[in-house]
Design a protein around this ligand. Structure first.
Ligand code: AMP
Length: 287
């Protein structure tokens, strides 16, 4: 069940083997970290592996393109799958094991148990445009937590709503797992790294960094005390003029995605279509 060659991280597909390996580490008193991914790894994912290595003795990266988090008209079939390159990259990054379950291992019962994310967290922002998405994310992450039983798990701030929901999942269900967030890794021009960036044509790719630039300008504007609704209108017009189709642009509480509260952490979040790619990004607003 295990694939191994020099330089590559071994890929485990059998639950018993995963459990046996993790048990060995735990018996030796080692701390285990999990980094959940859908594969097609880039420097953003590898930064999470690096962060995990700094906080644990062993790092497991899961690679699973999770069908339950894709809507019926979304890109599940087209989603890039690059397992061989991923295992090579994980070998270089010092990952101890890649957990690559088949669909029947992840979901033994077809139409099985699912997590229902509370409405306030799931129905806003991305959840409004991707109904059921966060139920799928929470369900697969809970399954991964049960399979791997890590001490901690690392997620990217790039998917900020997802990170927040998973923090609440761990807290609400009293899971004995620390949920860590890691800052968004960006290309040289500010575009957040994403597997979906490869859906962009050359001319779309040239326009895509505008999303991050708008967020930076908005943070500056808010810090200067300018009016949010006119800042927002200007940003949305700039995005539309460049050919992006914004879905949302919000300034909210970084704790519960509700209205921003003075003195507590705040965040700007944006989602926009550009050609075939749905891009998301976010930035903290320091008080
Ligand atoms: P994905 O494979 O897209 O499901 O992402 C797996 C994990 O990597 C999630 O926790 C993402 O938030 C994180 N991630 C994706 N892109 C980035 C990025 N550019 N910087 C940091 N983390 C990222």
């Amino acid at each position: 069940m295990t694939e191994q060659s020099p330089g590559k991280t071994p890929a485990v597909t059998c639950l018993d083997e995963l459990r046996a390996r993790v048990r060995c580490w735990r018996d030796a008193g080692e701390r285990v970290a999990l980094v959940p991914t859908m594969g097609n790894l880039h420097a953003g994912h590898l930064a999470l592996v690096d962060a995990a290595r700094r906080q644990a003795d062993r790092v497991v990266v899961s690679i699973f393109v999770n069908p339950t988090q894709f809507g019926p008209n979304e890109d599940f079939d087209a989603y890039p799958r690059t397992l061989e390159q991923d295992l090579q990259a994980l070998g270089q990054a010092g990952c101890d094991m890649a957990w690559c379950p088949e669909r029947q291992v992840m979901y033994p019962l077809d139409g099985g148990f699912m997590v229902k994310v509370p409405a306030g967290l799931a129905d806003t922002l991305c959840g409004r445009y991707r109904p059921g998405h966060f139920d799928g994310v929470a369900s697969v992450v809970l399954r991964l937590f049960n399979q791997v039983q890590p001490d901690l798990a690392v997620f990217g701030e790039k998917d900020f709503q997802q990170l927040l929901i998973l923090r609440w999942l761990a807290r609400d269900l009293s899971l004995p797992i620390e949920v860590h967030g890691h800052p968004t890794q960006r290309d040289h021009d500010g575009l957040a790294l994403s597997s979906r960036n490869q859906y962009l044509s050359d001319s779309e790719r040239a326009k895509a960094p505008l999303l991050h630039r708008c967020l930076c300008d908005l943070v500056e504007g808010l810090k200067a005390g300018r009016d949010w609704s006119s800042l927002k209108d200007t940003a949305l017009s700039a995005l539309e003029k460049a050919g992006l189709k914004p879905q949302y642009l919000v300034w909210c509480s970084a704790e519960d995605l509700g209205p921003p509260r003075p003195g507590s952490p705040q965040r700007l979040l944006v989602a926009a279509w550009l050609g075939k790619a749905r891009l998301i990004d976010n930035l903290p607003v320091d008080p």
